[in-house]
Structure formats: structure tokens, C-alpha cells
Design a protein around this ligand. Structure first.
Ligand code: DC
Length: 214
């Protein structure tokens, strides 16, 4: 079984998917974390596309969902903590426009879900990666609310956070993610739209679980 949640940055997809996974005893797959991990490689090769494509051929990216945390490893080294840094958030949408990067991520995602029941979150899962998903959700929320959530998340992770900078970053990412040519952020026709702006995390989790049980 595969459940997907797509939607713009900070709409509550990841935290909801993580909590549903824990409650339902299934696996969580954070596709954005995958894009963030390969963005570290892109930054590492100074945004040189040819070098980036070569690196993708040799790098081993592994994912592990354990004790409520989605861990990511590059060539065996854990990079989980680096993925939320501002330099990654600023660059990731550019990487997500690169066809080779999307194919690399999609191949891995499709391979990973063969190993059990999953709830995954992203931007194009219901439209492009898993068009036949068993359940599809599309989360939306007002940008200020989304920025406030990201701010809290970063602050509680001990990261430097500036609300105005987060709003600007989310705005820019929404714009890039929705307007890119390949697999833009878009609601799948058969996805259930959920406005999470006034919902608590518990409401969101319950909503998804109720729909899946239905
Ligand atoms: O969910 P997130 O904020 O960690 O995602 C980071 C970026 O990765 C997002 O701005 C666009 C890209 N992304 C994507 O293009 N497709 C996905 N399925 C998931 C993420």
C-alpha cells in the first residue's frame, strides 16, 4: 500500500505523514529529504552540472525511518542534520528542476516502496511518481501559517531561524516548484484536498487515518 501527500512547503505534509506512519505501523518516506540530500552533492561540486551527474552515478543514498526520525546517509555518512540548513533550502528547488536529478530520485523512491507499506510526502507523488497510489492527499495552507510552522520547527531543532527570511524562501520555492517544466507541484485530479491552516497536527493525522480506514 502507498499513501501520498503532496503540497507546498510547510503545509504539514512531513509531520503528518511521519505521525500517521507511527500510528499505523507503516514506513514513512520523505521525498523532499532525498532532494535535499542530492542538493548537498550539488553544492559540494560547486553547482557544476556535469560533475553533479557524474557524482550521482557513484553516490550511494540510503534512507532509514527509525524511532520517528527519517535518517539519510550519503555514502554511509549520516547527513540528516544538514538537510534543513538554509543553504540547502535555498538551492533545493533549483536541483529539483533538473531532469536527471528527478529521475535519480524517482528510481530510488519506486524501488524503496516495493519493500512494504508506505506513506510518502512530496510535490509530484500523486501526479508523476505514484499515479496509482492507493490514497492521495493534497495539503494547502496560508503562506504565513506555513512559515510560522517552519520557524518553530527550525527553532526547536536549534537552527537559526528568521521569520521573514523563511517567508521569502517559501514564497520563492512555491513559485519555482509550481512553475517548473517537469512534474510541477500540482494537485492530482483524484487527490483529496486538505486545508491544514486551521488544523492541529492531531486533526491532520486523524483526517488521513479516517480516510484510509473508510
Ligand atoms: O518537502 P521539502 O521542503 O523538504 O522539499 C524540498 C524541495 O524538494 C522542494 O522545494 C521541491 C523538491 N521536491 C520535489 O521537487 N518533488 C518532491 N516529490 C519532493 C520535493
Amino acid at each position: 500500500m502507498i499513501i501520498v501527500i503532496d503540497g507546498p512547503a510547510g503545509s504539514g505534509k512531513s509531520s503528518t505523514a511521519r505521525a500517521v506512519a507511527e500510528q499505523a505501523g507503516i514506513q514513512f518516506l520523505d521525498s523532499g529529504a532525498f532532494y535535499r540530500a542530492i542538493t548537498l552533492i550539488y553544492i559540494d561540486v560547486n553547482c557544476d552540472r556535469a560533475a553533479f551527474f557524474d557524482a550521482l552515478k557513484t553516490y550511494d543514498v540510503t534512507l532509514q525511518f527509525k524511532n520517528g526520525v527519517f535518517h539519510v546517509f550519503l555514502n554511509g555518512n549520516e547527513v540528516t542534520e544538514l538537510l534543513r540548513e538554509q543553504r540547502v533550502s535555498e538551492m533545493v528547488s533549483e536541483v529539483a528542476t533538473i531532469n536527471e536529478a528527478r529521475e535519480f530520485v524517482n528510481t530510488h523512491l519506486r524501488e524503496v516502496v516495493k519493500s512494504g507499506d508506505f506513506i510518502a510526502d512530496g510535490r509530484d507523488l500523486g501526479t508523476a511518481v505514484f499515479p496509482d497510489a492507493d490514497y492521495k492527499f493534497y495539503f494547502v495552507a496560508d503562506i504565513r501559517e506555513r512559515a510560522r510552522r517552519r520557524f518553530k520547527e527550525m527553532a526547536s531543532a536549534g537552527l537559526d531561524a528568521d521569520l521573514n527570511q523563511i517567508i521569502a524562501n517559501i514564497y520563492e520555492r512555491d513559485r519555482k516548484d509550481s512553475s517548473r517544466e517537469i512534474a510541477p507541484l500540482r494537485k492530482a485530479d483524484d487527490a483529496i484536498e486538505v486545508d491544514t491552516g486551521k488544523m492541529t497536527l492531531e486533526d491532520q493525522v486523524q483526517f488521513v487515518i479516517d480516510q484510509v480506514r473508510h
